[in-house]
Design a protein around this ligand. Structure first.
Ligand code: HEC
Ligand code: HEC
Ligand code: HEC
Ligand code: HEC
Ligand code: HEC
Ligand code: HEC
Ligand code: HEC
Ligand code: HEC
Length: 495
């Protein structure tokens, strides 16, 4: 059998150095052998990725023999039919057929296309549970279920129409949503029917899924679950190495509103990672600081299970990333403490808006974490820094970062005060129940200040990528310029 041979070779190569075991002749279920029989002809790319993956090399039963914390299968019990065969096409694509509205009859099998967190959870229950509490899993509703954010969305991607002699923006359609905002936030997948198609294997029937393809972090799946594990674990390699490298996060965290990757890339950490990573071990579990790598990637600070060279745990792995986050530095419209719930649509500020802060600068305190939780999360993040830095270095860094949060919030307050004066004097329509507060040029200037300029300065301070993104490229230079322009605009209107 061709694919068996390939697997034995893969197992004796690079992957053999991975902690854990490679089975000599990994048993493949009969169902999966049938899938492979056709799909290695039709989709050689898919089959090759799978063959090189850990899923093709070891059965769950043998993987579970690894001692914690090196064990990669977190579920305590695995169903008998899945235990003693490798995780092949059928093991993922035919699970829970009744729960999937995208299930279709396929060569004698009940197959579904979209493999969801609920399917992965059979073997990876802990990751699935934690991810459900991650704000990312809720990204669709957090955007689509918030009136103010819908208004922001419409003012950016809405279709321009002439109305009373002015350009106005009509609500965007679902195709536009899917290629823009929901590319990252995730779409809602809906099965609208089934269609027959001629294929190289004869006429076959397939589901028609609106909103697909998509791998957004908060995608709503055909079984009702939230998220796409593939947003970081690209199919069909599901590789640890890929997830741990910063390019995985770059896909969604690079914009001028969310510049994490950009500041990381120009930081000392990013510089060292770029120049040294060829010699690092990105596959080792647990990941040993100093031995396997010497500077952090995104995963190190936000997700990974980390130990010292002696094996003592520095931080537990988390797919609920706010375990390590105390502040929310993404301005909505001010930086604020992390919300208690990953569903941010339940938050109301004192004016009844679905926002964690007030235009006055206060915050929706009861919806945000308390002092004790705040300190606990900071301590977790700082303990990671202290594996490579002295306490004084870490304290000095954090003091400046806190100061930057205050400084940028102060600047946002100044801009918001001008904006409110403009609304008050009627130079732009005041916020009504539809909250159309983003569609005049002066309003865009105001949102530019808190959404781009202030965010860049804060992200640069948080992740030690100071330089350009805090000052000239983005950050304080444009911030001060935009504030002056708002000021002058109001002054001229008044004359
Ligand atoms: C007799 C050959 C054959 C067998 C056996 C087979 N498939 Fe397929 N499969 C196909 C063909 C042909 C397509 C369509 C390819 C295309 O249009 O790009 C397809 C498409 C798919 C798709 C994509 C559906 C879509 O809507 O795009 C999935 C998922 C899939 N197969 C999974 C499986 C699984 C899992 C098995 C085993 C349980 C399996 N297949 C067995 C031939 C086969
Ligand atoms: C560990 C689980 C897992 C295994 C094993 C697996 N798949 Fe998938 N497969 C997925 C996920 C996840 C997706 C992405 C679907 C999505 O989220 O949109 C996917 C997508 C697909 C698609 C559609 C992708 C596209 O680009 O059109 C096909 C076809 C497919 N798989 C076939 C296979 C075949 C054939 C095998 C066996 C060689 C296989 N899968 C093994 C999880 C799996
Ligand atoms: C039937 C059980 C099972 C299912 C279902 C399953 N996995 Fe796995 N997973 C495993 C096993 C077994 C390994 C290999 C463990 C080892 O190497 O010790 C693994 C390893 C992994 C790894 C680590 C890979 C590496 O390079 O070290 C990731 C990431 C992963 N799975 C993600 C997923 C995702 C995402 C899904 C759903 C799309 C999924 N798995 C579905 C059993 C499963
Ligand atoms: C390139 C990926 C990407 C695209 C495209 C994108 N976003 Fe986001 N969005 C993010 C990320 C990343 C965050 C989280 C930032 C953080 O917490 O630092 C986010 C967070 C948000 C939030 C905060 C939601 C909450 O309550 O937690 C809003 C609102 C938002 N985005 C609006 C939009 C709108 C409107 C669009 C389209 C016009 C859009 N986004 C397009 C990546 C994206
Ligand atoms: C497919 C797009 C996508 C990818 C890939 C992605 N993210 Fe995100 N991320 C988002 C979106 C969207 C949000 C915000 C959701 C919201 O606010 O509702 C987010 C939120 C976050 C947050 C939480 C912010 C908070 O305040 O709770 C962190 C931290 C984060 N991402 C880190 C990462 C890291 C690290 C990686 C890479 C390993 C990564 N992300 C990969 C889209 C993505
Ligand atoms: C935002 C990015 C991101 C998303 C989304 C994500 N993961 Fe992960 N995952 C990672 C990173 C980074 C690692 C490496 C952690 C480490 O170094 O300890 C990882 C590691 C893993 C591992 C290996 C665990 C081990 O013991 O070696 C599994 C299994 C896994 N993820 C499953 C999942 C499942 C299932 C989902 C969906 C419910 C998911 N992941 C969603 C980023 C992500
Ligand atoms: C040296 C550790 C470190 C590295 C490396 C790192 N971060 Fe961060 N990140 C932080 C700290 C510290 C904060 C601020 C945390 C706080 O105040 O609670 C932060 C904040 C964030 C936030 C903001 C969440 C919010 O509230 O809006 C996102 C998103 C994020 N990081 C993503 C990334 C991504 C993506 C990468 C890689 C490109 C990365 N980080 C690299 C330490 C790091
Ligand atoms: C795995 C080791 C490691 C971890 C973890 C780590 N750093 Fe670093 N960091 C380094 C190294 C190495 C340098 C480069 C020092 C030099 O160039 O002299 C560095 C540089 C820095 C710099 C200097 C930037 C400059 O150019 O002046 C700051 C600030 C910093 N780290 C903060 C942090 C913070 C805050 C954390 C935790 C959130 C952290 N680091 C976590 C290894 C680490």
């Amino acid at each position: 059998m061709k694919h068996l041979l390939i697997m034995v070779l893969a197992c004796s190569g690079v992957m053999a150095s991975v902690p854990g075991i490679c089975d000599d002749n990994p048993p493949i279920s009969e169902a999966t052998q049938e899938c492979l029989g056709c799909h290695e002809t039709f989709h050689p790319g898919i089959v090759a990725d799978w063959e090189k993956s850990r899923h093709a090399m070891i059965t769950p039963e043998n993987a579970m023999k690894a001692a914690m914390p090196a064990r990669k299968v977190s579920s305590a019990v695995i169903p008998d039919n899945l235990k003693s065969v490798v995780v092949g096409c059928a093991e993922c694509h035919t699970q829970h057929p009744e729960a999937h509205s995208d299930t279709f009859s396929h060569n004698g099998f009940k197959v579904h296309v979209v493999v969801t967190p609920e399917d992965c959870a059979v073997c990876h229950s802990q990751e699935r549970e934690q991810y459900a509490d991650n704000i990312m899993a809720h990204a669709w509703k957090n955007l689509m279920g918030n009136t103010l954010y819908q208004s922001l969305k419409q003012s950016i991607i809405g279709s321009p129409v002439q109305k009373n002699g002015r350009v106005a923006f009509a609500p965007p359609d679902s195709s536009m949503d899917a290629t823009t905002c929901l590319y990252c936030h995730g779409t809602r997948l809906t099965v609208t029917g089934f269609e027959k198609r001629d294929t190289d294997a004869g006429e076959l029937e397939f589901p028609v899924i609106e909103g697909w393809p998509n791998q957004g972090v908060g995608r709503i799946n055909p079984d009702g679950s939230l998220g796409a594990c593939t947003s970081c674990h690209s199919r069909h390699s599901f590789s640890m190495e890929t997830a741990r490298k910063p390019y995985t996060c770059k896909e969604c965290h690079s914009g001028p509103d969310v510049p994490a990757y950009k500041v990381y890339e120009v930081s000392k950490h990013g510089n060292i990672a770029a120049s040294q990573q060829a010699g690092w071990n990105f596959a080792a579990v647990p990941w040993k600081i100093g031995k396997d790598f010497t500077a952090p990637t995104c995963a190190v600070c936000h997700i990974s299970l980390l130990t010292g060279a002696d094996g003592a745990v520095v931080a537990q792995r988390t797919h609920r990333m706010n375990d390590r986050l105390s502040d929310r530095i993404f301005g909505l419209i001010y930086a604020h403490r992390q919300p208690k719930s990953p569903d941010t649509t339940i938050i109301r500020n004192k004016d009844g808006l679905q926002l964690p802060t007030d235009f006055d600068g206060g915050s929706a305190v009861s919806a945000l974490i308390d002092d004790q939780e705040f300190q606990k999360r900071r301590e977790t993040m700082q303990s990671i820094c202290r594996s490579c830095h002295s306490t004084s270095w870490v304290k000095g860094h954090w003091a400046r970062y806190d100061h930057m949060i205050t400084a940028t919030n102060t600047a946002t307050r100044a801009a918001t005060d001008i904006m409110r004066e403009i609304w008050k004097r009627g130079y732009a329509p005041a916020p009504d129940k539809n909250l159309r507060i983003f569609d005049r040029a002066i309003e865009k200037k105001w949102s530019h200040i808190w959404l781009f300029d202030a965010n860049n300065a804060r992200f640069a301070a948080a992740m030690a990528g100071g330089g350009d993104y805090g000052v000239f490229a983005e950050g304080f230079y444009p911030l001060s310029e935009h504030l002056q322009e708002m000021n002058d605009w109001l002054e001229h209107k008044g004359k």
